[in-house]
Design a protein. Sequence first.
Length: 230
Amino acid sequence: MSLLPGIPNPYLEALAVGLLYGTVFCTSSCLPYLASYIAGIGADFRKGITTTLVYNLGRVASYALIGGLIGILSGVFQFVVDESSLSAFQQYSSYAFSIVTIIIGITILLKSQSASPDCNPECTKNLESKKIWGRFDLRALSLGFSRGLIVCPPLVALLLYSVPFGAPIDSFAVAVLFGLGTSLSPMLLLGGITGWLLNKAPLFRKWLAIAGGGMLVMLGILNLISTVFL
């Protein structure tokens, strides 16, 4: 059974499903976290695009890890991968994502509170620029990686379908192609637009950073609560 009957090649199907899911669902589910983080670091259009790319790199890396592990476990150790095992994995991954989101939000709030009151908006912008471009944005990568561990339903279906019929490398390839497909969604442009819009209010940069950090903490707590009680 194929998710897209018109595409017989499983690799093309994984990419096409990723493009479709990324456009329809992935952007709406990821954008609140991504936009809050972009606000928290005071990114402009260019840094918004860069942050989104790093975030998506983290998601693709987590998909690759999941696909590779499933391929190895099912192909070498004959581990049975089914919906129940993936469901348990989803729950623990949601816990991890919630905790990572809360921690990142807290770090943003702490840095916003400790910012020098004598630093004007232009000074703050330069400091943020050095922070983002001077070193790799590990927080955006961690946010994307932990989010990607919560496997999307289409990827679950693709992996469950590919395991019985393919080699271990097939699960890895399917997961990576699906992740790349979701990364080519409107999320990339919207991340840049978010930074551009927020950059239009430089006098409120500190308050936007506090709001972004606070939103991340709130989103992390809400996701944690929904995971526990649902």
